[in-house]
Design a binder for this molecule. Structure first.
Ligand SMILES: CC(C)(COP(=O)(O)OP(=O)(O)OC[C@H]1O[C@@H](n2cnc3c(N)ncnc32)[C@H](O)[C@@H]1OP(=O)(O)O)[C@@H](O)C(=O)NCCC(=O)NCCS
Length: 183
């Protein structure tokens, strides 16, 4: 007789989750003008917020290797505008079928971690005929091509997966340090 042991998913405590998150997002935080690294207090608020779903992946030694967060309660995520989403997608908004991916982070050593987090998050979105919003900085778009990579992974889950640009923020620098160069 084979005994199949059910192993409950391991939920890290807030310190372990913060250690991974702050390490992963320190690098991207120097690549983007908009802050990509929450403070420890902001992170703890998200960690304990029941409206925000958390997803974890562990490596073969059972160490935490990746984490992502997802919410269908747009008011739960600071610095996004629920009225914007209500205007753009009123039908989805009315039935709470707009999901916001707060962040996704996977340690480089963990192969398939990103795929696993995407699969587990979008298992909530797809049956709902929902739409999901992810915010990518320019570096992740142009250098890492993350929107396209994510769409590839999603297409394997659901061949009808499609993507469109919702909005973009532009940071402009006005310079006054080149006056000597002007002819
Ligand atoms: C963003 C992040 C989660 C991506 O994870 P990653 O493992 O480095 O992702 P990769 O781009 O290497 O590839 C992800 C998957 O897509 C696959 N993939 C990549 N390019 C592909 C392509 N052109 N076609 C098909 N599949 C592709 C990879 O094979 C990989 O799948 P696998 O692991 O199952 O083999 C990780 O780099 C990270 O945590 N970065 C710091 C935080 C961050 O910037 N987060 C995003 C903004 S919130």
């Amino acid at each position: 007789m084979t005994i199949v042991q059910q192993v409950a998913p391991k939920i890290p405590d807030v310190t372990e989750a913060w250690d991974l998150y702050s390490t992963l997002f320190a690098d991207i935080n120097v690549m983007a003008a908009q802050r990509h690294l929450m403070t420890a207090d902001e992170f703890a608020a998200v960690y304990y917020d029941q409206r925000v779903l958390k997803f974890y992946v562990h490596d073969k030694n059972n160490a935490l290797a990746g984490m992502s967060v997802l919410t269908q309660n747009l008011g739960a995520w600071p610095l996004i505008s629920p009225p914007y989403f209500a205007r753009r997608w009123p039908e989805h908004f009315a039935r709470r079928a707009i999901w916001y991916v707060g962040f996704v982070g996977v340690a480089g050593r963990h192969v398939h971690g990103f795929r696993e987090l995407i699969r587990n998050m979008y298992a909530h979105v797809i049956p709902d005929s929902g739409i999901a919003v992810m915010d990518f900085c320019t570096y992740n778009v142009t250098q890492r091509r993350l929107p396209d990579v994510t769409l590839k992974l999603l297409s394997w889950m659901n061949p009808a997966a499609d993507m469109e640009l919702a909005d973009a923020q532009t940071f402009v620098v006005y310079r006054f340090d080149r006056s000597g160069e002007v002819t």
